[in-house]
Design a protein around this ligand. Sequence first.
Ligand code: DON
Length: 358
Amino acid sequence: MKRNIARTVFVMALMTAAVPPPMFAQAAAKTAPQTAAQRSPVAPTKEQVQAAVNEAYQKFKNNTDGKNADYIPELAKVDSNLYGIVIVTADGQSVTAGDVDKAFSIQSISKVFSLALAMEELGPAKVFEKIGSEPTGRPFNSVEAVVDMPTHTGNPLVNAGAISTVSLIPAPSADAKYNKILDFYSRAAGAKLSLINDVYKSEAATNAGNKALSALLVKYERLYADPLESVDVYTKQCSVGVTAKQLAVMGATLANFGANPLTGEQVIKRENVPEILATMTMAGLYDGSGGWAWHVGLPAKSGVGGGIVAVVPGKGAIAVFAPPLDKAGNSVKAQLAIAYVADKLGINLYSPRSVGVK
Ligand code: DON
């Protein structure tokens, strides 16, 4: 009850808040005229945003740190030099650099959108009760976290919580559930997405760890459908292909309070967006999430395919694709590029300027 009141107040505050300043200064001129209060004295121009993206691209292009995921054999075969950066604003403008049209597997970034779908279908309270939202402080595929944590599921962005989230989504069959998920992702991307079958086959043949997690969740009564079927749908959702451009639109849908800025469709209920972004801040980069919040200050989500998407609420999203990963499973170059652009454009939500101390 208390939580519901707090949530209602928060959502009302969000909905009645002044329209945030645009990501680009010139976007203001293109859209409806703004009041002086709405106009940001510090919003960068599109040229400045393009320059920041170009600089980030050049600066980290030759960085060879990290390595492709290889526990899913197909991912080890992806060209490690691929590198693309895209920003899409909440009003649908974009800037790009590098390999932005190459499809790669969405992997764990899918977890954000399956969480959103579960919230659409069941409401946030049910999802919070059935999965929870606590950081594990452990690797994304940790068995120990399932055993140790009071909720066992942890949160919807680690493998255990994500498999459980999939099990919660209502559907008459496993195929119908996957198609529902794929359709939801496609609406968020504003494009018809599809499975990368070689990645799916490769992960399906090597996912004993996820099957073990699902069996443990059954033991703790935190899995809500057939375990092997849930792991299979989860494996398929992780194998959906996206380009950096499409991923940035998915992020911009979250930035635009759940409405896809290209199609105008309200894909995610506006009132569900705050909790989704909070979950991303808390667990989007797994055991790297705390350091990311400290240094970069943006809700984000990574995937072992090499993608990361970061959301600037009300303004836009930045998606980066670069396959080599650090030890936590987060793309090295994507982290560097997003951190650089966030700093250059002053979009860290907790920066001295954002919190009003500069
Ligand atoms: O279940 C897995 O291990 C993968 N399909 C997804 C893991 C992942 O992307 C973690 N990300 N950084």
